[in-house]
Design a protein. Structure first.
Length: 235
């Protein structure tokens, strides 16, 4: 009997991809829903700041689960060369921002901030520990999507259009989180741009996975700096 675990792309060309896509959506949604459920049940105003070890383990667990569930996709990946220096550069960017740049940014003036601002507005160095694991989890799912459609014979530009649409729509759903339209707009636009180039990074670029992760993480750096500058009392 053919099961999900043994079903290959050659058995039924679209059966396995459809199952994988549904599982990606479920896993991503469950991880997000579960985060807010745990945070609210524990009475944590800011989950990442208040319980960094808990949510680091939480997203690391989802990362491992995703790698196991989609190993049939991931093990077929043949990336171009990955060196140590790009990895160290990304780690260095993370360290410099969290330990040097972030503490030096002007304080946010809550009197001019939106009501019930997103958690990242109050981010400190500790906040970015679980955030890094969340990004790693999302990167595994993104890589799975790219590899899935590549296996179906899609060309890299075609996959880029698809991932740009998917990521844009996913972040457009932020409108249901009671955040400002400007917040939704900039995250959605950034997601569309990232989605458009990530297949090229992962499939046709040296150190593509490292660059993709660094770019993903780097957006939060840029947005945090921008937020501090426009919401400070000196702006």
């Amino acid at each position: 009997m053919t099961t999900w675990a043994t079903l290959s792309d050659g058995d039924r060309p679209y059966a396995r991809p459809i199952i994988d896509i549904l599982m990606i959506g479920v896993l991503w949604s469950v991880s997000s829903f579960g985060y807010y459920e745990i945070k609210d049940a524990a009475g944590l105003p800011n989950g990442y700041k208040d319980a960094p070890l808990l949510f680091s383990a939480y997203y690391l667990g989802f990362t491992v689960l995703a790698a196991l569930l989609f190993q049939h996709r991931l093990r077929k990946w043949q990336p171009l060369a990955h060196g140590v220096l790009p990895i160290l550069a990304v780690i260095g960017m993370m360290a410099v921002f969290t330990l040097v740049v972030l503490p030096a940014l002007p304080e946010i003036d809550l009197s001019i901030a939106p009501l019930d601002p997103p958690e990242f507005v109050f981010a400190n160095a500790v906040y970015y520990v679980p955030k890094s694991f969340e990004i790693l989890f999302q990167q595994v799912l993104i890589l799975t999507i790219v590899l899935l459609f590549s296996a179906l014979g899609w060309q890299t530009p075609q996959i880029g259009v698809l991932t740009a649409i998917l990521f844009g729509l996913f972040h457009l759903s932020l409108i249901f989180n009671d955040v400002t339209a400007f917040y939704v707009a900039r995250f959605t636009i950034a997601a569309i741009c990232f989605g458009a180039i990530v297949p090229s990074l992962m499939l046709a670029t040296h150190n593509g996975a490292t660059l993709s992760y660094g770019l993903h993480w780097g957006f939060y750096v840029a947005d945090n700096i921008f937020t501090h500058l426009i919401l400070s009392s000196s702006s």
